[in-house]
Design a protein around this ligand. Sequence first.
Ligand SMILES: Cc1cc2nc3c(=O)[nH]c(=O)nc-3n(C[C@H](O)[C@H](O)[C@H](O)COP(=O)(O)O)c2cc1C
Length: 201
Amino acid sequence: MSDRTGIFEGDDPFAIARSWLAEAEKSEPNDPNAIALSTVDSDGLPNARMVLLKDIEDDAFVFYTNYGSAKAQEIDSSGKAAFVIHWKSLRRQIRVRGVVTREEGPQADAYYESRSLKSRLGAWASRQSQPLGARTELMAKVAKITAAHGPMPKRPPFWGGYRVTPSEIEFWADGAFRLHDRFRWTREDTDNAWGIVRLNP
Ligand SMILES: Cc1cc2nc3c(=O)[nH]c(=O)nc-3n(C[C@H](O)[C@H](O)[C@H](O)COP(=O)(O)O)c2cc1C
């Protein structure tokens, strides 16, 4: 008999992730959807940075970024990534590993259009992860872009989403005396059923 009860209960790990995030939205001071995204470069050297998780879909997690950035180059060449989301207020984490594909269709357009005008123009102006001589150069570029694109800029072709389709999701919650609860969900691909294992803390 499974003792996967309470906050760990359910048949759909994406539903559990959505419900944990909804709880965190009530208790975290800032950015409850911030994930530490991990990639590897062409030498196999790991890299990590925060990004904002924007969608939890039926089979995947989506975030947005610049396709010229270091993370994008690392994802595009390996096709894989991992991320962790940790909520100090809940003392819980979710770890995800999987394959990554681009989201650069209507969904990316819709998300881009939902952002503030300044953020939309900023996405055009920034050559993310490239060296920048001075902040004034960036501000001058923002002014130029604003004049060129007006109040309804289109999504830049070099900016869009990535969809992480997990083969592994682990839910972790703090337990008394460091006897934490951990459940790891794994599956080969989206046609397969999830296998669920309780892990030692
Ligand atoms: C809380 C937080 C949220 C962030 N969200 C994003 C994001 O959604 N997309 C993004 O491109 N960068 C985001 N950043 C900036 C990244 O951490 C990083 O500096 C940038 O994407 C460049 O990373 P790279 O050089 O590894 O590509 C965020 C930073 C923080 C601290």
